[in-house]
Ligand binder design. Structure first.
Ligand code: MF3
Ligand code: CO
Length: 250
């Protein structure tokens, strides 16, 4: 069963989405050579708490931090640490918040200093895949349309989409139905009724689509050690169109 939200629930999700985006975008100016990912984590936590919200990931199945910060070959769920960002790194930052009973979830990959041409193209391709997916969304369309759009836009650039992790519906739980693959056929999956809210989050690798989880139980890395990028928006499908609930201000 895919839970749908009524107008007042969407209003609440707009607020949690706004705080998630605000915390995420506030990190942009801190992301430079020498910053540690733990500093990013502390800053995001402060912004979220000041807004009267709670970090959504902290304690989720035991996750130990407010944000995920995944550097270079780390795909998602990198745990913030004293690791300093270096010139040429790319860092994917994921922020989730809980406000008034509803979740918001958003992620972006940032370039640190000057990055290689392939890393720059990876970031651009992943961002494009997210927006091409969002632009394809229509009320009452099949989920497979979204998945296939994302996959095709990534593969047209010669990169690959991660297949071992599905993305998710979101609402009064961080993860709810439906499961959202970033690959698949247009004719697959459930029909998306008005009131459905999805976390759309392509994870894109330069090389193989295959990933593995490190011994810390969280950090997902590419099997071949090549870089990976990740962008995410929380998006509501409404009767008269779609709305990005985590719009980035910068
Ligand atoms: N945006 C990711 C997701 O929704 C981040 C989850 S981190 C976790 O799956 F710690 F909460 F798992
Ligand atoms: Co998510």
């Amino acid at each position: 069963m895919i839970p749908t939200k009524n107008a007042s629930q969407i209003d609440k999700m707009r607020e949690s989405g706004r705080v998630a985006s605000q915390a995420l975008c506030s990190l942009a100016e801190l992301i430079r050579v020498g910053t540690t990912t733990a500093e990013l984590d502390a800053h995001a936590r402060e912004i979220i708490l000041e807004a009267g919200a709670q970090p959504a990931f902290l304690g989720y199945h035991g996750y130990p931090a407010t944000i995920c910060a995944s550097v270079n070959d780390e795909v998602v769920h990198g745990i913030p640490s004293d690791r300093r960002l270096n010139d040429g790194d790319i860092v994917s930052v994921d922020v989730g918040v809980l406000l008034d009973g509803y979740y918001g979830d958003s992620a972006r990959t940032f370039a640190v200093g000057s990055v290689s041409p392939v890393a720059a193209r990876l970031i651009e391709t992943t961002r494009d895949a997210l927006f091409q997916g969002i632009n394809a969304l229509r009320p009452n369309m099949r989920l497979g349309e979204l998945s296939a759009t994302i996959q095709e836009s990534v593969e047209a650039q010669g990169f690959s989409v991660v297949r071992q992790f599905f993305r998710h519906g979101i609402g009064s739980r961080l993860h709810e139905d439906p499961q959202v693959p970033n690959f698949g056929r247009r004719s697959d999956g459930p029909v998306l009724k008005p009131g459905t809210v999805l976390a759309i989050e392509p994870m894109v690798n330069v090389g193989t689509h295959r990933v593995k989880t490190l011994d810390d139980g969280w950090t997902v890395v590419t099997e071949d050690g090549q870089p990976s990028a990740h962008f995410e928006h929380t998006v509501a499908i409404l009767s008269d169109g779609i709305e990005i609930l985590t719009e980035w201000k910068t």
